[in-house]
Design a protein around this ligand. Structure first.
Ligand SMILES: [Fe+2]
Length: 285
């Protein structure tokens, strides 16, 4: 049978019919249907198709052990957040993107330790409770945090300026399910713009900035793990995150605190910045 615009989809779909894994077969046939519909609707010229192939080739070439341009592409197209949201928790703290900077293991630290190893200008204490959707505090939960500096850079972006592990810490909650650590208030920052994804943003007049945030990856026995952020409420770009990751529930007040008693309890000097962020994990079925 001759190949035509209309016969393409059933022909390619049928070619996957013998795929032993039913989920793989379903996804490939679905991809064929949507991809062909997209191509029929967009009706690209040969030149446009070649330029699309060249762009994706360039995205691949930019990937390395320390750079993941495909995640960045997925992020700026909103696909990462779509997948996160589809797989998110019911009733627990909302999830958001992992992002490209969780490439190194966070150093284990004791509750109350500082993750700021270079001495920022404003001391910040972050604390909160990890609990189950039933309300039960979760002792022994793992709280993995990572963030950029006050200037907007992660340790892996400035190996000559920051020691490895700066802005990172892996904490274990106490008997009341609580965690606390000292840090600095992170800055908003641009996602990497020196590669093809940066060119895409520039060509489409999109800015590359993300609002200020601290990343959290929290897990506890018998509960669903959550990947999320504490966003600094009032940060620039909260309404236009380049990767679409902001959710209202995750906006956290980073409040100035002059209470010297509280400062002493946290081992810091007043005034300081205090941010409270509780995390709720869904019990596994
Ligand atoms: Fe980040």
């Amino acid at each position: 049978m001759d190949f035509t615009i209309d016969s393409a989809t059933p022909a390619v779909s049928a070619s996957f019919e013998a795929t032993p894994d039913p989920r793989q077969r379903e996804i490939l046939q679905m991809l064929t249907r949507h991809l062909h519909d997209f191509v029929r609707e967009a009706s690209p010229t040969i030149e446009e198709w070649n330029s699309a192939i060249a762009f994706l080739t360039d995205v691949g070439k930019w990937c390395s052990d320390t750079r993941q341009e495909f995640i960045l592409l997925s992020d700026v197209l909103g696909v990462s957040m779509l997948v996160e949201t589809i797989n998110g928790q019911d009733g627990g703290t909302e999830s958001t993107v992992l992002g490209p900077f969780h490439m190194t293991e966070s150093p284990r630290r004791m509750l109350g330790d500082s993750i700021d190893m270079i001495g920022g200008s404003r001391t910040c204490v972050m604390s909160g409770q990890v609990r189950s959707t039933s309300g039960r505090p979760l002792a022994g939960a793992a709280v993995d945090v990572w963030q950029c500096t006050e200037d907007g850079f992660y340790d892996v972006q400035q190996p000559d300026v920051q020691p490895p592990g700066n802005g990172r810490g892996l904490f274990t909650t106490d008997e009341d399910g609580r965690y606390r650590f000292r840090t600095v208030v992170p800055s908003h920052y641009p996602i990497p713009t020196d590669g093809p994804v940066g060119r895409l943003l520039a060509a489409t007049r999109r800015h590359p900035y993300r609002p200020a945030h601290v990343h959290f990856l929290v897990s506890a026995d018998g509960h669903e793990e959550v990947t999320t952020h504490a966003f600094v409420a009032g940060s620039a770009y909260t309404d236009s995150d380049a990767v679409f990751a902001v959710k209202k529930q995750l906006l956290v007040d980073f409040a100035d605190c002059a209470d010297s008693g509280l400062a002493a309890a946290y081992g810091v000097e007043a005034p300081f910045v205090l941010a409270e962020f509780d995390i709720v994990l869904q019990e596994q079925a």
